[in-house]
Design a protein around this ligand. Structure first.
Ligand SMILES: [Zn+2]
Length: 459
């Protein structure tokens, strides 16, 4: 089954519009690592895919961390002496320092200023700031806005609550033939930020929608979680499921105009690393590959040494490396329908590789089988035909039970999709047989065991 071929039948422009409209619907919600904003967001995702919402009580220890108090905010503002809201949460939810404790006070500008955050280098933009793990309050505003504040007293109000409640995350599980799992994870904790958060949420949701109801080889687990603490919480509470994850991707910042970046898993040469590398090289322009580092998104939790899961991170722009990152300029104008659709296509192509990457055995291994008499050598002209025949020859030659289709695609330089189609045709013609997965045919990862000891398989 070629998922990619199925996907290619879709109108990519329409897919892009659908993704974008979904991002638009989620954009205004004030999300955080806990609270009603993330619940509301998960509710919108739940309208599209079978999503289980999980509530984990505040105060529960999760490895070295503790599930935090739940934060909610209704309103926040700074009023000048004329009663005008000079900073207004209702106009933009980035204005409040995320996780601000409640405040009601009147104070002179000098006292207020240490609680104001701006970006002098981009004086029009509002920064996104958080204070999850240190109780504090504050406002984020454009530098121009702050410069316009005159001396005098200001009325400050943050109508928030920070109390025992729950951390909420969403989980969509699509069962496949195998209990082995593919993990797709994205963070759902940023307020009105489009690329950093919504692009991943929309693409992951539509990928789940596309896969739901299909016959799948692997089981798929989609996590929509608050960054860092959500991944830590999930891993702490789902160690058995974590041990079943064979391949995984964190999706983030995949709606902007940049080309793709892929940050490899800690293992570095896992099947997911090779699958993404192959897909980006064959289907996108100038992809860039980053080695694993223990900083970034939730891949760093999945790749922590106790788990060492084969989870990489797919991005277009890389966190922290573009000026719009964590500012009001990461808005709906910063992401684009065609980029979101292109990212969904890439994700589908990656899943297609994982689903179809198997080993085969050539049933006619003594010299080349005569393809012509089987109608597998006809050439009606054009490079495409020649490449198809070439793909068949490669598959026949390397299908000795040792090499996977991804090995063959890499070695031949032919796209996985063509190699996979060739294998299917040869199998139908009786020239190839699938090597059963339980006889050593599964996940030919060829991990350099010396370099990546699997410190714990979570027995
Ligand atoms: Zn972020």
């Amino acid at each position: 089954m070629s998922l990619l071929n199925d996907f290619e039948r879709k109108d990519l422009a329409k897919v892009g519009q659908e993704l974008y409209r979904f991002a638009e619907a989620m954009y205004p919600i004030c999300r955080s690592i806990t609270g009603d904003g993330i619940r509301q967001t998960l509710g919108l995702i739940q309208n599209r895919i079978p999503l289980r919402m999980v509530e984990v009580p505040s105060g529960i220890p999760v490895f070295d961390w503790t599930v935090p108090k739940e934060w909610n905010v209704r309103d926040a503002y700074v009023k000048d002496k004329g009663g005008n809201r000079v900073v207004d949460f209702k106009k933009c939810n980035l204005h409040v320092l995320n996780y601000s404790t409640p405040v009601r006070a009147t104070m002179p500008l000098a006292e207020l200023k240490p609680h104001l955050f701006t970006i002098p280098a981009n004086p029009e933009w509002i920064p996104y700031r958080t204070s999850y793990y240190k109780e504090d309050w504050g406002f984020c505003l454009s530098h121009n806005q702050m410069s316009a504040l005159e001396d005098g007293n200001y009325e400050v109000c943050i109508d928030s609550t920070l109390q025992d409640g729950h951390l909420t995350y969403g989980e969509c599980f699509l069962p496949g033939q195998s209990a082995d799992e593919v993990l797709i994870s994205c963070h759902a904790c940023h307020p009105s930020l489009a690329d950093d958060n919504l692009s991943g949420l929309t693409v992951a949701t539509l990928l789940a929608e596309f896969l739901a109801g299909r016959e799948l080889r692997y089981s798929y687990r989609f996590l929509f979680i608050p960054g860092t603490i959500g991944a830590i919480t999930w891993l702490a509470q789902n160690r058995e499921a974590a041990a079943r994850i064979r391949h995984g991707l964190v999706l983030t910042c995949i709606g902007d105009l940049n080309g793709f970046h892929y940050k490899k898993s800690r293992q570095g040469t896992a099947e997911i690393d090779r699958a993404v590398s192959h897909v980006l090289t064959h289907y996108t322009e100038s992809p860039k590959f980053l080695e694993f580092s223990p900083y970034g998104y939730d891949e760093r939790q999945y790749c922590s040494p106790g788990f060492n899961l084969a989870v990489g991170c797919l991005m277009r722009s890389v966190w922290g490396s573009f000026p719009e990152y964590h500012t009001s300029a990461d808005n709906l104008e910063f992401i684009h329908p065609q980029q979101l659709a292109g990212s969904l296509r890439v994700c589908t192509a990656i899943v297609d590789v994982l689903e179809n990457n198997r080993r085969y055995r050539n049933l006619n291994p003594f010299c080349e089988p005569q393809l012509g008499k089987r109608n597998l050598y006809h050439s009606t002209g054009g490079d495409g035909i020649a490449e198809n025949i070439n793909a068949r020859l490669w598959v026949l030659n390397l299908s000795d039970g040792e090499f996977s289709l991804l090995d063959i695609a890499e070695r031949s330089g032919i796209s996985f999709s063509k190699i996979s189609q060739a294998a299917e045709l040869l199998r139908e013609s009786g020239l190839l047989a699938v090597v059963p997965e339980d006889s050593g045919g599964e996940t030919p990862q060829r991990q350099p065991q010396k370099e990546t000891p699997n410190l714990s398989r979570l027995s």
